[in-house]
Design a protein around this ligand. Sequence first.
Ligand code: SF4
Length: 65
Amino acid sequence: MKKFAVDENCIACDACTIEAPGFFSMNEDEGCAFVSTQPKNKSEEEVCNEALEACPVEAISFTEG
Ligand code: SF4
């Protein structure tokens, strides 16, 4: 299963939190998104892939776990 992460390039646009609510959340204090829950199955992983593709600055990456 993929393990997702958000890096410092995040511009807090909220695209990922809209595409994958429950997996990506916004840290309002830090002004960047973070992964609040990692996907546990293929359909959840696909939702997170949609968030990755929606990110305009490629701030989302993943490692294969
Ligand atoms: S889509 Fe990318 S830039 Fe926008 S909030 Fe998510 S990680 Fe940040």
